[in-house]
Design a protein around this ligand. Structure first.
Ligand SMILES: Nc1ncnc2c1ncn2[C@@H]1O[C@H](COP(=O)(O)OP(=O)(O)OP(=O)(O)O)[C@@H](O)[C@H]1O
Ligand SMILES: [Mg+2]
Length: 279
């Protein structure tokens, strides 16, 4: 409330008594009654506000809930929007730790600065390469940074899908195996759906030998992005092209470890196992 006389602010009742009238001669509603953010009434259930309206603006009394401040609703909507984004992006819920972001990644630990900078640049679009292969030992922070990239891409208005390789391929295979070996149009629709995201992140590409089926579909997904020059990032413990070739075949290995075409950034992390360090 304004302090018209200097010193202590005047009481509300005094302010109400001096309220200017609108063109129809009705008292203007005190500014204090409006939320500064959404410009609806701060609290229609407040006895003070209700009493003022009853006395001064019977035309608006009693106040209905539609006039009430929407900020909490907006905050609730925003929380639900973020939750929906997380579900769409397929991120782990991280209920115990909260989301993993660039802000809660410690890039001062040995070996972490380069991976932080590269993943951030990939997400920002300032990295020259569109295809990022991130290699590191278990616990080195690969998933942390890839999940951070999801939140960052989302904040830039880009759609992004996060998958763990084997979980995704198992899910796809179980969903479509009833179709007698012919995965046909349905799976093509799924591939198109993956392709529709601005960015695709495939984490945990493991060293266990893949099935020919899994290999085939992972290849199709990666090759499409590779050929189109669209954003894709992978996280893996596989250290080199030979090991990747054994597990996932020559075509995937050749693309993930392509160091000549300028399409792929191969990033070997030197970071230690954070999980062990914190024991
Ligand atoms: N530099 C770091 N700053 C803060 N937390 C970190 C850092 N590195 C790793 N962590 C945390 O350590 C845990 C393990 O990291 P993360 O899951 O990213 O490892 P990873 O490289 O994906 O391992 P894996 O190969 O086993 O999947 C996570 O809880 C992650 O948040
Ligand atoms: Mg991981």
């Amino acid at each position: 409330m304004s302090d018209r006389h200097g010193g202590e602010p005047e009481p509300l009742s005094a302010a109400l008594a001096t309220i200017t009238k609108d063109r129809a001669g009705r008292p203007a509603i005190p500014e204090e009654y409006f939320c500064q953010t959404c410009h609806f009434l701060v609290d229609v259930n407040s006895p003070e506000i209700a009493a003022w309206f009853e006395a001064n603006r019977p035309d608006l009394h009693p106040l209905g809930p539609t006039l009430n401040c929407r900020c909490e609703d907006a905050a609730d909507l925003e929380a639900r929007r973020i939750q929906r984004k997380i579900t769409n992006a397929n991120l782990p819920k991280r209920e115990l730790t909260g989301p993993l972001t660039f802000d809660n990644f410690d890039a001062t630990l040995p070996g972490t600065a380069e991976m932080f900078d590269v993943v951030k640049a990939w997400a920002d679009g300032t990295l020259a390469e569109s295809f990022l292969t991130m290699i590191g030992i278990t616990g080195s922070g690969k998933s942390h940074l890839l999940e951070s990239a999801v939140a960052h891409l989302d904040s830039l208005g880009m759609s992004v899908r996060y998958e763990r390789a084997e979980v995704m391929l198992n899910m796809l295979r179980h969903t479509f195996r009833d179709v007698e070996g012919d995965y046909g149009q349905d799976i093509q629709d799924v591939m198109d759906w993956y392709d529709s995201f601005d960015a695709l992140i495939i984490d945990d590409i493991g060293a266990n030998r893949a099935t020919p089926w899994g290999e085939g579909y992972l290849y199709l997904m990666l090759d499409k992005r590779y050929a189109d020059g669209r954003k894709v990032a992978i996280g893996t413990n596989i250290e080199n092209a030979q090991e990747m070739e054994k597990a996932w075949g020559a075509r995937i290995a050749s693309r993930c470890f392509d160091r000549n075409s300028g399409i792929v950034k191969v990033l070997w992390s030197e970071a230690n196992d954070y999980r062990k360090a914190s024991l």
